[in-house]
Design a protein around this ligand. Structure first.
Ligand code: ATP
Ligand code: MG
Length: 183
């Protein structure tokens, strides 16, 4: 699965609809302090099902919605869409019926988050599993936050094992086992 496009609307500082085409090879994002580079990576993690407000540098999940400035009012919702090139049909079943996969997450104030896959409602868990199995999930070591290296070094062995499991692409199995044990 290859990410081909990221679209943001009302997400953090990206108040106006913004499109980032992700070409083959390496993509670099450069810009002055505070221009939104980290927000872009957070948008990527968020659309993959991140549920921890802290990982989004916020106090609550609604803090990802554009909060307004002196010249622009706050927004009521935030939406992020991730387009995935699935021409090799690597997505798991349930997601694997087209060459192009579009996952959309939208959060509305006082309502919460909803997810769609190619226009159809899906559960947060389904989206999290889609990316966990592809080992690119919201907690994937493929995404390294500012300060995360220090956290990794200081992590307890159990927490470090989780990171390795995600890297190995087996965290989806781990989550399924955990859910089975709860039943
Ligand atoms: P640095 O180079 O310092 O790491 P950066 O390019 O990573 O900077 P970000 O941290 O992505 O910058 O962006 C920070 C900006 O995003 C700040 O100006 C902050 O006010 C703005 N911002 C964050 N959340 C929101 C929000 N909910 N609404 C509006 N603006 C927001
Ligand atoms: Mg940053």
């Amino acid at each position: 699965m290859r990410f081909s496009k990221l679209r943001l609307n009302g997400f953090k500082s990206f108040v106006d609809p913004t499109e980032l085409v992700i070409a083959d090879g390496l993509t670099g994002v450069v810009g002055p302090n505070g221009c939104g580079k980290s927000n872009l990576l957070e948008a990527l993690r968020w659309v993959m099902g991140e549920t921890r407000a802290k990982a989004m540098r916020g106090g609550g999940m609604e803090d990802v919605i554009f909060a307004g400035t002196s010249s622009r009012p706050a927004r009521n919702f935030a939406e992020v869409s991730l387009q995935i090139d699935n021409s090799e049909r690597l997505a798991p079943s349930g997601f694997n019926d087209s060459d192009l996969l579009e996952i959309v997450r939208r959060i509305t104030r006082d309502v919460g988050s909803a997810y769609k896959s190619n226009g159809k409602d899906v559960r947060a868990r389904d989206v999290q599993m889609l990316f966990a199995d592809a080992s690119t999930g919201a907690h994937s070591p493929a995404l390294v936050r500012q300060g995360q290296i220090a956290e990794l070094i200081n992590a307890k062995p159990k927490a470090r094992r989780r990171i390795l499991e995600e890297a190995a692409g087996i965290s989806g199995l781990y989550q399924r086992r955990h859910e089975a044990e709860l039943k």
